[in-house]
Write a protein that binds this ligand. Structure first.
Ligand SMILES: Nc1nc2c(ncn2[C@@H]2O[C@H](COP(=O)(O)OP(=O)(O)OP(=O)(O)O)[C@@H](O)[C@H]2O)c(=O)[nH]1
Length: 380
């Protein structure tokens, strides 16, 4: 009996091993050699019918058609100036604190008023507005009998706000007519932060749920178009661009055409701002505007000025103001200057309001301008 059992177990083991061998051989027979495996793997990678799935790098901007999950959500524009008020530190130090220091004195004699005047002039407020402010304050101090620092401070705040002008309409004119998009032309000398501003404005509009198309009509510098496209891709906005050195007007035209076709709300057009000759600039900007207006009304022409350039910035404002109807000003790099008074000077120069200010290099460091918030930040 024991012998019989042992015989059965041995037979089962031998049979099992035999089956395993046959199955193994079959499998092994169809298995490619290592060299074949390499070849097949490479074929599969290269084969157009089997494209490798593209994994989006976290730092890489999402492509325009990419899922919204990879897109950035820009910060709402309201309250940005308050968030960024500390960035006005340099202006605060020399302008705000300087003015408060003088007004805090017990005796406001002629020398004190002169000092106040110098502080305003040093901050680029400009001769006319400085004289107005000092005159208004002197009168109030005398007529109202102001002799405590707190009341003097309140009067200064009011007069500064009046100078910056809270009545001006600072909203971006970006509403098109007849179902067409609004068109915003952004002009200014290269290096002032123009392309950055267009990218940031796109974010402001996207935060307000507007559909935006960008036009890279600064064909002078190829990198400017790349830069703009990257800004757009981060928030799912398409950029229309042309060949390097191509006709800026035709890029503007195509951008607006695309905006109309896509049912966009706003088309933002970045332009080149070489200042070789006034006539050349006039020709170029005039042409872009004329050509664009064959399709839709230009609702806003924003001039970008670098606040750190002081008098140069004012000269630029004058030239651009003569060649194109500027409707609003963007003052960039206000975080890097003690001359915050340029807000007043440039508004006076062009007779149009400052609508946005740049207060840093971050993507959402462009703030809608507000007279009272600005003055409060200066005097904080
Ligand atoms: N600190 C600070 N830097 C800024 C601000 N706005 C723009 N910049 C920087 O200014 C530099 C120039 O900006 P761009 O947008 O390339 O200037 P641009 O006028 O478009 O120049 P082109 O492309 O040559 O026409 C960049 O390094 C920006 O980050 C700002 O408000 N504050």
């Amino acid at each position: 009996m024991t012998l019989l059992l042992i015989a059965i177990v041995v037979a089962v083991v031998i049979l099992g091993a035999g089956i395993a061998l046959v199955v193994g051989r079959r499998g092994g027979g169809t298995m490619p050699s290592p060299a074949d495996l390499d070849r097949i793997t490479e074929e599969v990678i290269d084969h157009p019918e089997h494209p490798e799935p593209h994994l989006e790098d976290e730092d890489e901007p999402a492509s325009p058609g990419a899922s919204t999950a990879t897109l950035e959500r820009p910060e709402a524009p309201q309250g940005r100036l308050v968030r960024l008020r500390a960035r006005l530190a340099r202006s605060q130090g020399s302008l705000g604190k300087g003015l408060l220091a003088v007004l805090g004195r017990a005796d406001l004699d002629d020398a004190a008023w002169e000092e106040l005047e110098d502080t305003l002039l040093a901050a680029d407020v400009g001769v006319g507005p400085t004289a107005e402010l000092v005159e208004a304050l002197r009168t109030r101090v005398r007529v109202e009998g102001i002799n405590e620092p707190e009341r003097a401070r309140a009067a200064l705040r009011e007069e500064l706000i009046r100078l910056v002008d809270p009545e001006l309409d600072r909203s971006l004119s970006a509403d098109g007519a007849d179902g067409k998009p609004g068109v915003v032309l952004v002009v200014g000398v290269n290096g002032t932060g123009k392309t950055t501003t267009v990218g940031r404005l796109a974010r402001v509009l996207v935060a307000e749920d507007k559909r935006v198309v960008l036009g890279a009509a600064d064909t002078f510098r190829a990198a400017a178009a790349d830069q703009l496209q990257t800004w757009g891709e981060r928030v799912g906005v398409d950029t229309v661009r042309g060949p390097e050195g191509g006709d800026p007007a035709s890029v503007g035209f195509e951008a607006v055409q695309r905006g109309i076709a896509d049912g966009a709300d706003v088309v933002l057009v970045d332009t080149a701002g070489r200042l070789h000759t006034k006539a050349g600039l006039m020709d170029e900007l005039g042409k872009v505007k004329r050509v664009v207006e064959k399709q839709a009304e230009v609702t806003e022409v924003l001039l970008v000025i670098d606040a750190t350039t002081g008098q140069n910035g004012l000269t630029q404002a004058r030239v651009f103001g003569e060649v194109v109807d500027v409707t609003g000003i963007v003052l960039t790099k206000l975080d890097g200057t003690a001359k915050g008074g340029i807000v007043v000077a440039v508004q006076r120069e062009l007779g149009v309001p400052v609508k946005f200010v740049g207060l840093g290099e971050g993507a959402d460091d462009l703030a809608p301008f507000d007279a009272a918030e600005f003055v409060d930040a200066l005097l904080a």
